[in-house]
Design a protein around this ligand. Structure first.
Ligand code: NAD
Length: 260
C-alpha cells in the first residue's frame, strides 16, 4: 500500500474493527487519516493514529452533511487524491436492539438508516471527486442482513440496505474505476456490539457452530480489508466478503456443539 492514502471512519478504540483494518493498512505502508465522532473520542483515537504515524484527525458526525463536507474539504486541502475509504460506522438505539423487531419506532428506524446506511452513500459522493481509477471504498456489514439474528432487529434491516447500497454504488462508480465492497464480519466484542442484547450467546453460538470452531478477530478482518482495498482485489467490486470463520455456509447446529 506504499504511496496510497486513505481515510478510516469509525475508529473508537483498539477493539474497533476499524483498528484491525487500519493496522493492516498502516503496516503495509499506507498513509492514513482518521475521522471520529465528537471530541470525547478524540483522546482515544489520537494515540492510535499516532501509532500508525498519522496526525490527520477529522471530527465528523456522519449524520451531519455539513460535517461531512467540512471533513472532505479539509482532506482535500492536504491530499490531492484519495485512494480508499473505510466506513466502519453503525448506530441504533440500544433499547431497540433487544426485544422484538416488530416494535421498531419510526424515529429509530430513520436514525438507524441514516447513520448506518445513508452515511456510506454520502461518503461515496464526497470521496468520488478525489479518487482516480483504482480507488476503493469498503464498509462493514453483518450476517443479520441475510438471516434473522435474535435482537439484531432494525440493524439487520439497515445492513440489508447497506449491502444493496454496496452493489448499486459499485455499478455507478465502476465506470470510473472505483471499487465498492463490504466485509461481513462474524461477531466481535466491541463498543457497538455491547449494545446488542444477549451478544454473548451470539458469540458462543458462532464459536461452536462455525467451520473453524472459533470467532474471528479484528486481525482477521484487517487482513481481508487490506486485500479488498489493495490492487490484489483489482477485479473485485460489489462483493460482500464474509470474514466469519465460515459461519454463513452452515445450515444446522454442529453435532459436536456443546449446549450454551
Ligand atoms: P465500534 O463501536 O468500535 O465502532 C462503531 C463506530 O461507529 C464508532 O467509532 C462510533 O463512533 C461510530 N459512529 C456511530 N455513530 C456515528 C456518527 N453519527 N458519526 C460518526 N461515527 C459514528 O464497533 P465496531 O463493532 O467496530 O463497528 C464498526 C462497524 O462494524 C459497524 O458498522 C458494525 O455494525 C460493523 N460490524 C460489527 C461486528 C461486530 O460483531 N462487532 C460484526 C459485523 C459488522
Amino acid at each position: 500500500m506504499q504511496g496510497k492514502r486513505g481515510l478510516i471512519m469509525g475508529l473508537a478504540n483498539d477493539r474497533s474493527l476499524a483498528w484491525g483494518i487500519a493496522k493492516a493498512l498502516g503496516d503495509a505502508g499506507a498513509e492514513l487519516a482518521f475521522s471520529y465522532q465528537g471530541e470525547a473520542l478524540e483522546k482515544r483515537v489520537r494515540p492510535l493514529a499516532e501509532q500508525l504515524g498519522s496526525n490527520m484527525l477529522l471530527d465528523c458526525d456522519v449524520s451531519s452533511m455539513d460535517a461531512l463536507d467540512e471533513s472532505f474539504a479539509q482532506l482535500a486541502k492536504k491530499w490531492e487524491t484519495l485512494d480508499f475509504v473505510v466506513h466502519a460506522i453503525g448506530f441504533s438505539d440500544k433499547n431497540e436492539l433487544r426485544g422484538k423487531f416488530v416494535d421498531t419506532t419510526m424515529d429509530n428506524f430513520l436514525l438507524t438508516m441514516n447513520i448506518s446506511v445513508y452515511s456510506f452513500i454520502a461518503v461515496a459522493q464526497r470521496a468520488r471527486p478525489m479518487m482516480k481509477p483504482g480507488g476503493s471504498l469498503l464498509t462493514l456489514t453483518y450476517y443479520g442482513a441475510e438471516k434473522v439474528i435474535p435482537h439484531y432487529n432494525v440493524m439487520g434491516v439497515a445492513k440489508a440496505g447497506l449491502e444493496a447500497s454496496v452493489k448499486y454504488l459499485a455499478m455507478d462508480l465502476g465506470p470510473e474505476g472505483i471499487r465498492v465492497n463490504g466485509i461481513s464480519a462474524g461477531p466481535i466484542k466491541t463498543l457497538a456490539a455491547s449494545g446488542i442484547g444477549d451478544f454473548r450467546y451470539i458469540m458462543k453460538w458462532n464459536e461452536y457452530n462455525s467451520p473453524l470452531r472459533r470467532n474471528v478477530t479484528i486481525e482477521d478482518v484487517g487482513g481481508a480489508g487490506l486485500y479488498l482495498l489493495s490492487d490484489l482485489a483489482s477485479g473485485v467490486t460489489g462483493e460482500i466478503h464474509h470474514v466469519d470463520a465460515g459461519y454463513n455456509v452452515v445450515g444446522m447446529k454442529a453435532e459436536d456443539a456443546p449446549d450454551i
